[in-house]
Design a protein around this ligand. Structure first.
Ligand SMILES: Cc1cc2nc3c(=O)[nH]c(=O)nc-3n(C[C@H](O)[C@H](O)[C@H](O)COP(=O)(O)O)c2cc1C
Length: 174
């Protein structure tokens, strides 16, 4: 089986908890997990499949924080790396009750950045089962990746993570 790496940021909150749930859906020998800051990008070639996880913390915040946002640093580093032949998927945390007009907007930022790489992107996810009015994280009624809402639908996270992980394995042909 091809080797997978799951990279998440930030630490100590919903993203980390969800990352561990997704990690647990894979065979331990086939997947490594790191918080983004602990991962040495030089090791990226050890992996064929990358899963990335983050939270949306406001579009304005995202842009303003670009100089020290760990994901933006990572995306800048990716620009110098050839990811052709690799596959990517991503998940995003959000809050559909407090931010119904920007629910998981971060998935849209990830899509935009990761499309610049030559990697294949998988793991689109249907919008059914969520209640929000707008999101930059969707196209044709599909989220660009798995949307999780630990603030309002924590009871659905495990089930969604299981289903999404099965979908990823199928899409990968495992
Ligand atoms: C300052 C701030 C801004 C946020 N902005 C958004 C947003 O625009 N859209 C959204 O869906 N969730 C938004 N959220 C909700 C978080 O994405 C959500 O609570 C997430 O689970 C946090 O993950 P963490 O505990 O790992 O930090 C925001 C949260 C904070 C604290």
């Amino acid at each position: 089986m091809e080797k997978t790496v799951l990279l998440y940021w930030g630490k100590g909150g919903n993203v980390e908890q969800s990352a561990k749930i997704i990690y647990n859906q894979f065979n331990m020998e086939s997947i490594d997990i790191f918080d983004l800051v602990s991962f040495d990008i030089k090791n990226i070639d050890n992996y064929e499949f990358l899963i990335l996880g983050s939270a949306t913390i406001g579009a304005d915040h995202w842009e303003q924080a670009s100089a020290n946002n760990e994901w933006n640093k990572f995306f800048r580093q990716l620009a110098d790396i050839d990811l052709s032949g690799k596959t990517l998927a991503f998940f995003g945390l959000g809050d559909q009750v407090l931010y119904p007009e920007n629910f998981v907007d971060g998935l849209g930022s990830f899509e935009k950045e990761l499309k610049k790489t030559k990697a294949k992107i998988i793991g689109r996810w249907p919008i059914e089962g969520y209640e929000f009015t707008d999101s930059e994280g969707i196209l044709n009624n599909m989220f660009f990746g798995l949307a999780l809402d630990e603030n309002n639908q924590w009871d659905l996270t495990e089930e969604r993570a299981k289903k999404w992980s099965c979908q990823l394995k199928k899409e990968l042909g495992y």
